[in-house]
Design a protein around this ligand. Structure first.
Ligand SMILES: [Zn+2]
Length: 55
């Protein structure tokens, strides 16, 4: 039974690197430092704008 679990594949495609996870895309600083609540709100506002533009 152990032979069935030798290689792990995620649908034969590599996972995308989440490059925006470490650095904040709003203030270009590390998300681990500082307060980014404003940044997240800005990001959300942008997403709403994009959605309204699509519709
Ligand atoms: Zn930020």
């Amino acid at each position: 039974m152990t032979a069935l679990r030798r290689t792990v594949r995620l649908r034969s495609a590599p996972m995308r690197p989440l490059d925006l996870n470490v650095m904040c895309d709003q203030c270009n600083k590390s998300r681990a430092h500082g307060n980014h609540t404003k940044c997240s709100k800005l990001r959300q506002a942008e997403a709403v704008e994009r959605r309204s533009q699509n519709n």
